[in-house]
Design a protein around this ligand. Structure first.
Ligand code: T4K
Length: 367
């Protein structure tokens, strides 16, 4: 491999598509504060995802903070998965919430049956924050039914799930609130950006106020923050959205290529709940153990391939958490010790897939 093969590569639009939107922005000299490109992007995304109550934000983390705030969870105990990117937890901690880690199931998502057990034991838990990890669906039926039964708000961190669907609708359409990240590393992006999705006009109005400091003109309504997306970021999104289905299709084919190349190796995969159409944005594999994962990483790096240990460590083990929060989550800790995400993006060449499989096979043979 001439160039190092990284875990992903940011997708770029045709220059002329982006530049022509930039020309419009320059002509209008309107750069932010809910400008025309942001509103156009929100409309286009709502149509693409089938989610009419969608608000664009400047990243997925602030989108999550808005969702937690508007769900009334600031300062409260929130059940959360330990197996996710650290931003899921950071958003919660910045709002003064106390995380209650619930271990995961073989799909690597928050376990509904362990959640039920915890809710029975702790009546202070005020809400649930689950993650569609790698864009693969949680058990939305079980989580939805349980939260409904207990009257708890259910928030989905769908940061990685753009383009994933379940039972015929976007994964972003589940939960009381759902957020997505539009970071440059995502299958659809705005360089930095994100969105929050809800289900009613009133909730959308609240989110929209909170996104921009909580005021309209001189009238101040609520506590707000700056979570606004800029026009230039929205322009990137508008120019990338039309190519997103083609990107997902390329990733689907690369998944098949990986599946074929890795067939027969001693690897495990997260289980997938039924009825979902995945966006194929990640290719996670579970090595037999932690030592084997390190051997695999070394072998892959020697071959010029740089996968990532997404998501290590399990968040319940983070050193800066209060001791009481650091309760054991054996399934998540085990997965975090041996998971590896192989490179995955539309432009990835099939010879990189073949080279990755060869390096993995060597590592698994213990060479
Ligand atoms: N919740 C979940 C479940 C999330 O996964 C995330 C974000 C969030 C919440 C928060 O959303 P945001 O606030 O970020 O919108 C990356 C991303 O920075 C982060 O957005 C993402 N999850 C996380 C899973 O991955 P790093 O530290 O791994 O990124 P980095 O800089 O190492 O980039 C990874 C690879 O991407 C590079 O090796 C090459 C490629 N790359 C990266 C950049 C920045 C490019 O090709 N071009 C680029 O411009 O965190």
């Amino acid at each position: 491999m001439n160039q190092p093969v990284l875990v992903t590569k940011a997708r770029l639009p045709r220059r002329e598509d982006f530049y022509s939107l930039c020309d419009t922005i320059f002509d209008a000299a309107w750069l932010t504060n809910n400008g025309p490109c942001v509103r156009q992007l929100e409309q286009a995304l709502s149509a693409y995802l089938g989610t009419p109550h969608l608000l664009a934000c400047n990243n997925g983390t602030t989108a999550l903070m808005l969702a937690l705030h508007c769900a009334g969870l600031a300062g409260k105990k929130v059940a959360i998965t330990p197996f996710t990117y650290v931003a899921t937890l950071s958003a919660l901690l910045w709002l003064g919430c106390t995380p209650v880690f619930i271990d995961i199931d073989p799909d690597l998502c928050l376990s509904p049956w362990l959640l039920r057990r915890e809710l029975d034991a702790d009546s202070d838990i005020a809400g649930v924050l689950a993650v569609h990890i790698y864009g693969m669906a949680c058990d939305t039926e079980a989580l939805g039914a349980l939260c409904c039964e207990r009257g708890l708000p259910l928030i989905y961190d769908a940061a990685q799930a753009f383009g994933s669907r379940k039972n015929g609708k976007s994964l972003l359409d589940y939960g009381d609130y759902s957020i997505c990240s539009f970071h440059a590393t995502k299958i659809f992006h705005t360089v930095e950006g994100g969105c929050v999705i809800t289900h009613g006009e009133e909730e959308l109005r609240e989110l929209s106020l909170a996104r921009a400091f909580g005021h309209v003109g001189d009238e101040h309504f609520t506590l707000g923050i700056n979570a606004k997306l800029s026009e230039l970021h929205a322009a990137m999104g508008l120019s990338l959205l039309p190519g997103t289905d083609a990107e997902i299709e390329k990733c689907r084919r690369l998944h098949t290529a990986y599946d074929d190349a890795l067939n027969g190796l001693n690897l495990a995969y997260p289980s997938r709940v039924s009825g979902q159409e995945w966006n194929f944005a990640y290719y996670p594999v579970l090595l037999p153990d932690a030592q084997c994962r390190e051997r695999a990483l070394t072998a892959l790096n020697i071959a010029g391939i740089y996968p990532r240990r997404y998501f290590t460590p399990a968040l319940n083990t983070l050193p800066y958490l209060e001791k009481a929060c650091r309760r054991p989550c054996p399934v998540a800790e085990d997965a975090a010790s041996r998971v590896l995400c192989l490179p995955m993006y539309g432009e990835l060449k099939e010879d990189a897939v073949t080279a990755a499989a060869k390096a993995l096979a060597e590592a698994l043979r213990g060479r």
